[in-house]
Design a binder for this molecule. Structure first.
Ligand code: UFG
Length: 429
């Protein structure tokens, strides 16, 4: 928004000039003790001021032929412009700062849109790029500058960096369905890896040196020990996790060769919705546990399938670490500020460090919704690890991350609020 910013700054300078004139005029009327010399012995002090300027600069700045009424109108216009300028200044606190923007790639998606809302709430200027393949235009915060396009399109991404004043990038623009990645791996190599390669090339050329990256617990594969540490082996068991791990490696080697630092955030099970009720989870097709459970009380599904009851866990169902999407959003802001403050490239897990079984999640949803939510026990879903729980000590210690919505009940309450109000996601709004 470089040009727009310049325009606003120019408007502000004009408005500030007019305000200064207005103040000067008023002060002159109040304090300059000169004889009225205007044609009507002006009662609003027009002639006095004219005399004042005349005396001060030796220049006849105002015309005698202008009537008092016209002079009042001019005053009001000057004052109006000045007020508009002031309002612009207040609305855009950072008008005269080097107020560059954060570029959020994939900012119309689930976690991206929540991060954009939180960035704007934190006073950042935000530019969103999304190809709207899985994201929704309506999920983009109205104050964000939106560009429709694909990160694999080099000319497009270059043009965004040229038009905008970008301080750092938060990168969510990737395909993220485990099942789909096994059926169509090349889609994942194209969107996730080729897209990131084009992005990094453009960042290097344009001197953008900070990137926060949306990674996943799927990079670990089947864990060797619980809770999972960032230093644990990474052996992905699906193509999605493999491409995310390769993206992390691309950042690593690029950061060694070029002036660029990155933070990779490996999330566990993202869930919940923004407490403001305006944005939430909307996937098509939906495969995630909590939104699928909530389709039952929302009369869109008769029962929830429980995939596998013979795991080595307390009730035989899989254990996951559910983390609220707003807490993830906050972690991205902290990570960007960490890089701004000179932090070195790093990788952090994001989870609550507490595991819940599928049955426990269903039970909590019953309590929240007051609906019996029938469940059907079914065979295991291919590729599901038994237990995934994060150790997020490093994110807490180094980034200062403090999850605010760690209670599973609260997580489901926020999701329920969203799904009740938007049973068909953004489409029916
Ligand atoms: N589940 C059911 N019934 C359903 C849907 C899911 O029992 O109808 C179970 C799954 O088998 C799993 C648990 O609920 O045990 C959670 O499943 P999700 O699909 O909600 O989430 P996943 O743990 O499979 O996947 C999440 C992210 C992935 C990421 C992965 C990391 O969605 O992007 O964690 O392991 F890769």
């Amino acid at each position: 928004m470089k040009e727009e910013k310049k325009k606003i700054q120019n408007n502000f300078i004009v408005a500030a000039g007019l305000l200064a004139l207005f103040i000067l005029y008023t002060v002159a009327i109040m304090f300059v003790d000169v004889q009225p010399i205007g044609p009507q012995g002006s009662s609003v002090g027009f002639a006095e001021v004219n005399q004042y300027f005349h005396t001060l600069f030796g220049v006849n700045m105002l015309l005698y032929s202008i009537t008092d009424w016209l002079s009042i109108a001019v005053l009001f216009i000057m004052f109006g412009f000045a007020m508009v300028g002031l309002v612009q200044l207040i609305k855009r606190k950072s008008l005269f700062r080097v107020d560059s923007s954060i570029l959020v790639l994939g900012g119309a998606g689930y976690i991206g849109s929540h991060t954009v809302y939180e960035l704007i709430a934190a006073g950042e200027n935000v530019v969103v790029v999304d190809n709207l393949e899985t994201g929704f235009r309506k999920a983009v915060h109205p104050d964000a500058q939106f560009y429709l396009g694909d990160i694999r399109d080099k000319a497009f991404i270059d043009s965004v960096f040229e038009k905008e004043d970008i301080d750092g990038v938060i990168h969510f623009a990737a395909s993220s369905q485990v099942g789909e990645s096994m059926k169509d791996p090349l889609k994942y190599y194209s969107n996730n890896l080729c897209g990131t390669e084009v992005l990094l090339e453009s960042m290097v050329v344009h001197g953008i040196d900070k990137i926060v990256f949306s990674s996943t617990a799927a990079t670990y594969g089947e864990p060797e020990s619980i809770p999972i540490l960032e230093t644990d082996p990474t052996v992905p068991t699906n193509c999605y996790g493999e491409t995310k791990l390769s993206m992390e490696k691309m950042f690593h080697w690029t950061s060694i060769a070029h002036n660029l630092r990155y933070v990779s955030l490996r999330y566990f099970n993202a869930c919940g919705a923004h407490p403001n009720g305006k944005i939430g989870e909307a996937h098509n097709p939906e495969t995630h546990l909590i939104p699928l459970i909530l389709q039952v009380p929302n009369h869109q599904r008769e029962y929830i399938s429980i995939f596998g009851t013979d795991y080595d866990t307390k009730d035989g169902t899989c254990v996951r670490d559910y983390i609220h999407v707003n807490d993830l959003a906050q972690a991205h802001i902290l990570a960007m500020n960490y890089l701004r403050n000179g932090g070195k490239s790093d990788i952090f897990n994001l989870g609550n460090g507490v595991g819940f079984t599928v049955k426990e999640v269903v039970e909590t949803a019953r309590e929240v919704t007051g609906h019996p939510i029938p469940a059907k026990e079914e065979a295991r879903r291919a590729g599901d690890p038994s237990t995934l729980i994060a150790s997020s000590g490093r994110a807490k210690g180094i980034l200062g991350w403090k999850p605010q919505y760690a209670d599973l009940r609260v997580i489901i309450e926020t999701a329920w609020k969203w799904h009740q109000a938007h049973p068909h996601g953004y489409k029916a709004d």
